[in-house]
Design a binder for this molecule. Structure first.
Ligand SMILES: Nc1nc2c(c(=O)[nH]1)N[C@H]1C(S)=C(S)[C@@H](COP(=O)(O)OP(=O)(O)OC[C@H]3O[C@@H](n4cnc5c(=O)[nH]c(N)nc54)[C@H](O)[C@@H]3O)O[C@H]1N2
Ligand SMILES: Nc1nc2c(c(=O)[nH]1)N[C@H]1C(S)=C(S)[C@@H](COP(=O)(O)OP(=O)(O)OC[C@H]3O[C@@H](n4cnc5c(=O)[nH]c(N)nc54)[C@H](O)[C@@H]3O)O[C@H]1N2
Ligand code: SF4
Ligand SMILES: [Mo]
Length: 720
């Protein structure tokens, strides 16, 4: 055991401890108050150099999860209910459970080949150190190409563009928010989400500071969001039309001679040619963003003051997500502020996940999905093809599913269809500490420890942070003898599966899986050059490594250490955009057409945390938002119930008129549609709601990345 392994609090402890919130990408540092072993208070830690005392309402709920009687602590096996009765769940011993699961997984692999096992990795994996250190070894042990994750309903376009331009999928440039003077936000709502691919705890204060130094925030979003409301300018943009808008901003930069490229970029002239057809007038006609606004954006971005464009879910999970992210990257590259204070910059985390190749740089199209023939990216197929891979017979059909920290029945397109498909499986295992709409289909659920019971060092989000910091947070509570950490589950399964397949793990692989994450992090820190493990132990509040620094072109991971602005993979997708735009111009959308987008609320956390009273009390917040004119045109009363239908399905939901919505656009939050009578709150009306992903369409993809187009889904709305 090394210096990072520290004792948890003794039983019945009274006093204070450092903690960390892993619920979102802001990674806030916490101060916990404990009385007789129970958490009685959680506050933001003012000494934390990144989060500076900030905490949002969700941070406090870590204590609720820890204490939740519905949280699983021991493995359970499903016993199907007879004659329509609910299923029963019986507890298993850990060895018995791991053996049973390994038997079934190994038998599937031996009888039908590795691809007959499918695996879906959910969002909280990115927030768990144990997954970071042991997850890849486990996934490898499944020997399957049918790997899926929440990334393809989220940020894969960012990764694809980062790989193509900078040579590594995790080299994602982030806004240097603390020093910029113009912050342009496209399709993101950090006032509710606390930022994403931009680790920025205390976003509200940072925007006040931006305003305090005379800076501006401009938001492009089909909804006047919480972020739009604190911005200096907000422009409605018709969902899915951002690509022409962003390309038009580039077009103006070229036309007016504003582009100031760094010396290490190639393909400038070609890019100018490619964007020439995307004029502001053309973009304005389809998007609703005025041409003058587009021109002004180009001039302001390329002005003398530091400026940066940031685009997130709204421009990622749509039909042209990759083109949007490419255009945003090019704008930041050509504005003259790239890799400069206040522009788009690259964080330098103490554990350099990029330079040390903790994750590979990215690959594309090494294999394709069996049914729809869509390419893999970074070793994964789109979550949108999961159900068809389970349901379509033939060689390579998925017969056994593994889900880890996910709820794809609520979080991926046509979740209802996926739920039905899960029932066709021969076997399913879920690693999760809650029964949810997905894990309830599993035969066995293996629950890991929760956040307060395990060590945390953020291997992912320091890499996207607006300031360089490092922090080690040891587990507050000891894990019970009857519990296992996620990394112990991953190691236990990988070892057992290899044994059963007659190919026991090599010594080094076995040693890696047996080592505690703390020891692996210590090695990574001590062989890096930014901060030693022992220093982090002395500073549990975290260590400040300073503001972001210019790192280009030295840190580029491309072979020639240059940036190709016009990679073929991205350029080729322009044809699809042009065809779509031509179509739209030939047959403009009808007045009555509606499209659906999503939203997030400050007190929601994707599809979970709906079992904590603290976050769910008050008014229900899962209604449809619709512009009053759109409501009136359909004779729908405010507060009435409507039927929303898409190609895929229908839901019935209450509607609220909101002139915060762009006319022609309706919004539902994701992560609702709870149907768990077995949990304390799962059936309560404030948290039940309907699932937006019973409407989203697995056929709608950002084709080049395979990301789901969750936003801009055509729907109809009528009175129920
Ligand atoms: N229409 C629409 N759909 C969306 C989105 C949208 O904006 N619109 N957003 C998408 C995005 S960005 C995301 S990230 C996905 C999220 O979708 P998913 O990742 O599929 O699901 P979550 O809702 O995050 O569910 C997380 C599950 O992990 C469990 N869990 C929590 N912590 C741990 C842990 O440490 N270990 C383990 N093993 N389990 C844990 C929880 O109990 C919960 O059951 O949803 C996506 N779906
Ligand atoms: N409170 C809370 N915080 C969270 C989460 C949560 O569930 N709850 N989830 C976390 C996760 S996993 C993620 S990935 C992040 C996401 O973080 P964000 O991307 O900041 O969050 P969203 O609310 O999805 O913001 C997307 C915005 O895009 C807009 N939009 C939709 N379609 C379009 C379009 O076509 N064009 C444009 N320009 N805009 C569009 C929507 O109106 C919305 O305001 O949030 C994280 N933080
Ligand atoms: S913003 Fe809230 S949910 Fe996100 S890390 Fe901080 S306390 Fe946790
Ligand atoms: Mo996400």
């Amino acid at each position: 055991m090394g210096v990072l392994s520290q004792p948890p609090v003794p039983a019945g402890f009274t006093g204070t401890r450092h903690g960390v919130c892993n619920l979102c990408e802001a990674i806030c540092g916490l101060q916990l108050t404990l009385e007789e072993g129970a958490v009685t208070g959680i506050r933001g830690n003012p000494a934390d150099p990144l989060s500076r005392g900030y905490i949002c309402p969700k941070g406090v709920s870590l204590a609720d999860v820890y204490a939740d009687p519905d949280r699983l602590r021991r493995p359970v096996r499903r016993v199907p209910g007879q004659d329509g009765a609910d299923d029963d769940w019986v507890e298993l011993e850990w060895d018995e459970a791991l053996d049973l699961v390994a038997d079934r997984l190994a038998a599937t692999i031996a009888d039908h080949g590795g691809d007959s096992v499918g695996v879906y990795l959910g969002n909280p994996n990115a927030h768990s150190l144990g997954f970071g250190t042991h997850g890849a070894g486990f996934v490898r042990s499944l020997r399957t190409h049918n790997r899926f994750s929440a990334s393809t309903v989220d940020q894969v376009p960012h990764q694809l563009v980062a790989w193509q331009l900078y040579g590594h999928q995790l080299m994602i440039a982030v806004p240097d928010l603390d020093r910029t003077q113009l912050f342009v936000v496209v399709g993101a709502n950090p006032m509710a989400s606390n930022g994403s691919l931009m680790t920025v705890p205390d976003f509200p204060s940072r925007i006040r500071e931006l305003h305090g130094r005379g800076g501006r925030m401009v938001v492009l979003d089909p909804r006047r969001t919480e972020t739009a409301k604190v911005a200096d300018d907000h422009h409605f943009v018709r969902p899915g039309t951002d690509a022409p808008v962003l390309l038009a901003v580039l077009q103006v930069m070229f036309e007016e001679g504003l582009a100031r490229p760094p010396a290490y970029v190639d393909g400038l002239d070609r890019l100018a040619e490619l964007v020439a057809p995307f004029t502001p007038e053309r973009a304005a006609a389809v998007s609703g963003v005025p041409a003058d606004t587009i021109r002004a954006l180009a001039r302001d971005l390329a002005g003398d003051e530091p400026a940066v464009v940031y685009g997130r879910m709204g421009v990622s999970t749509q039909g042209f997500g990759t083109l949007c992210q490419w255009a945003i990257a090019c704008l930041n590259l050509l504005s003259g502020h790239f890799d400069q204070p206040g522009g788009a910059m690259f964080p330098e985390p103490a554990v350099d996940t990029v330079g040390r190749r903790i994750l590979g740089p990215g690959r594309h199209d090494r294999w394709r999905s069996r049914v729809r023939d869509v390419p893999e990216f970074a070793g994964e197929l789109p979550a949108s093809v999961m159900a068809e891979e389970i349901r379509t017979p033939g060689e390579g059909q998925v017969r056994t599913m593994v889900t880890v920290a996910g709820n794809p029945v609520l979080s991926t397109p046509d979740g209802r269809g996926l739920a039905e498909a899960l029932d066709d499986l021969d076997f399913m295992v879920s690693v999760d500490f809650y029964l949810n709409e997905t894990t309830r289909h599993a035969d066995v659920v293996l629950p890991p420890t929760s956040a307060l019971e395990r060590d945390q060092y953020d291997l992912v989000f320091h890499g996207f942070a607006v300031r360089n910091t490092a922090r080690w947070t040891p587990a507050v509570f000891a894990r019970g003898d009857d519990q296992r950490h996620d990394w112990e589950i991953f190691g236990g399964l990988a070892t057992r599966i290899a044994q059963r397949l007659g190919t026991p793990l090599a010594d080094d692989a076995a040693a890696q899986l047996a080592a505690a994450p703390a020891d692996l992090v210590e090695l990574l820190l001590d062989t890096g050059d930014r901060v030693a493990a022992a220093e982090l132990v002395e500073h549990p509040e975290g260590i400040d490594l300073g503001p972001l620094r210019p790192t280009m072109p030295g840190r580029l991971q491309t072979e020639d250490h240059r940036i190709d602005l016009v990679p073929t993979l991205l350029v080729d997708d322009l044809d699809r955009l042009t065809a779509w735009l031509d179509d739209l111009e030939a047959t403009p959308r009808g007045d009555g057409d509606l499209v659906l987008i999503g939203r997030r609320h400050q007190r929601d956390c994707n599809s979970w945390l709906h079992n904590t009273t603290r976050l769910t009390r008050g008014k229900a917040r899962h209604h449809l938002l619709m512009h009053p004119d759109d409501r009136a045109a359909r004779g729908i009363a405010d507060g009435g119930t409507v039927v929303v239908s898409s190609r895929v399905g229908s839901v019935e939901v209450a509607v609220t008129g909101a002139d915060d919505m762009m006319p022609g656009v309706v919004s539902l939050p994701h992560g609702y549609g709870h149907q768990l009578p077995g949990t304390r709150l799962g059936h309560a009306s404030t948290v039940a709601g309907v699932s937006i992903n019973d409407l989203t369409d697995p056929d709608l993809l950002d084709v080049v990345s395979g990301n789901a187009a969750l936003n801009g889904v055509p729907v109809t709305v009528s009175p129920a």
